[in-house]
Design a protein. Structure first.
Lengths: 322, 128
């Protein structure tokens, strides 16, 4: 004979609480754990007016639409051209989608030819023991080049939006407004551990980049490790010492050199490959550190771009200046 | 399997399970405590003791090879990095929280604390 419980008794049992939690009727953490609800950001009216006035001033003084007829004409044509370009691109891409093989078909090239080719002759054709690196930096190097350029474009955008000029600012006022004033500075413990860790982290990043074609890793992960080491150095020792090494000029030089090297090397490789020419780049013995032809160089280029991007993002969001 | 391998397997498994237990206690503590510094105290448990136990278990299970050395390096790295980050977080909390006195004892100056400690020692000596 089953025992019937009253409602009040049932609500005290563990199974009731478990089912209530499972149904999502009550979150056990609400009211139990320290948390503050976020208040919505309210923009003061003064700020809105200031922004409107600024955009009006840009229109009136910088562009001078009233008197500059050709600029006015250019603005209209620019909007029209942008719309035409976007619509045209969408039409072309949709038309190309129509030619793709249908999803789920068993004998489409992706299911049999492509992966079989990568696995069977990847080592022979690229010279990379790590076939993933062989794929992304040899068969699909164009795609990786696009990714590196996306990183570069993102950094450029952040530089445009957050970069502050040194000239028109009062150092003292900025120091007071800066909410990072309270952050621990010149912490002896952090400096001591950074002295030990930074060289190891950067060395490990270089190891990951240089072994990209032999073991898991490569330009993206190794570059991120190096960037993290640079950020640790910066937060331990402050901007004065970090700026001795990493300046805006160094960022520009390294990014430009790395992207140009990548572009030129891969253009050469694609040009010779497409025309069935001898590329004269030795693939070396698979497994040796100096092997797999261009992949070694491309990994270094990608790693430098990623490291610079990480560091620049951190600096821009923290201080707004190198 | 020989006796040595059995011992290795059992020891490694026990260490790995012990590490996982420490992690469970850590997670329970992080959600159980209400205040930041208490919760950091709970979280630091897993980052040092938990990771060491699990990694030592894995090192025993894998035997002596190159990856064992890498795991030892991971332990060394975390032992250096994790307490330092905890220290920085605690220092930031102590520096920014204006109601710090509600949660724990606050000494205005370190000298006050030293004086009190010295007084306590003197009192103990007198009592003896």
């Amino acid at each position: 004979m089953s025992k019937l419980k009253s409602r009040e008794e049932y609500e005290k049992t563990g199974s009731f609480r478990f089912w209530r939690w499972l149904d999502g009727r009550r979150d056990p953490y609400v009211g139990q754990v320290e948390m503050k609800p976020q208040t919505p950001v309210e923009t003061p009216e003064l700020t809105i007016r200031e922004r409107l006035r600024d955009s009006q001033a840009v229109r009136d003084k910088v562009y001078d639409i009233e008197n500059n007829k050709s600029l006015n004409f250019f603005h209209r044509v620019y909007v029209l051209a942008a719309i035409v370009y976007c619509v045209g691109l969408a039409v072309i891409l949709l038309a190309m989608v129509a030619y793709l093989p249908p999803t789920g078909e068993a004998d489409r090239p992706v299911n049999n030819e492509v992966s079989a080719r990568y696995i069977e002759s990847g080592l022979q054709e690229t010279g990379a023991v790590n076939i993933v690196t062989g794929m992304i930096l040899d068969y699909r190097a164009f795609d990786t080049f696009g990714e590196s350029n996306v990183l570069f474009a993102a950094t450029t955008t952040v530089l445009i939006l957050l970069h502050r000029k040194k000239k028109n600012q009062d150092g003292r006022v900025e120091e007071l407004e800066n909410d990072r004033l309270l952050e621990p500075k010149r912490d002896a413990i952090l400096q001591g551990s950074a002295t030990v860790l930074v060289p190891i982290i950067i060395l490990f990043g270089i190891y990951v980049i240089l072994n990209g074609h032999l073991s898991p890793g490569g330009g993206f992960s190794g570059g991120a490790v190096i960037g993290a080491g640079l950020i640790l150095y910066l937060s331990a020792f402050g901007f004065e010492r970090a700026e001795k090494l990493f300046t805006e000029k160094l960022y520009k030089t390294v990014s430009f050199a790395a992207l140009t090297t990548y572009c030129l090397a891969k253009s050469y490789s694609f040009f010779t490959g497409a025309n069935h020419l001898e590329s004269h780049i030795p693939l070396g013995t698979p497994g040796a550190i100096l092997s797999s032809g261009l992949i070694f160089v491309l990994n270094i280029c990608v790693g430098m771009v990623v490291a610079c991007t990480m560091y620049t993002f951190y600096v821009m969001f923290r201080k707004g200046d190198f | 399997m020989s006796v040595g391998e059995w011992v290795r397997l059992l020891l490694g498994g026990a260490l790995l399970l012990g590490g996982l237990l420490v992690f469970l206690i850590e997670i329970y503590g992080v959600f159980r405590f209400r205040y930041v510094l208490n919760r950091m105290h709970a979280a630091a448990l897993g980052d040092t003791l938990g990771i060491t136990c699990s990694m030592a278990g894995l090192m025993l299970l894998s035997g002596f090879r190159f990856s064992t050395l890498k795991m030892a390096m991971v332990i060394v790295f975390l032992w250096i990095a994790s307490p330092v980050s905890s220290h920085l977080l605690a220092r930031l909390e102590a520096g920014t929280n204006e109601q710090l006195g509600e949660h724990c004892e606050v000494y205005e100056k370190l000298e006050t604390l030293e004086e009190q400690l010295r007084d306590g020692e003197e009192r103990k000596e007198e009592a003896l």
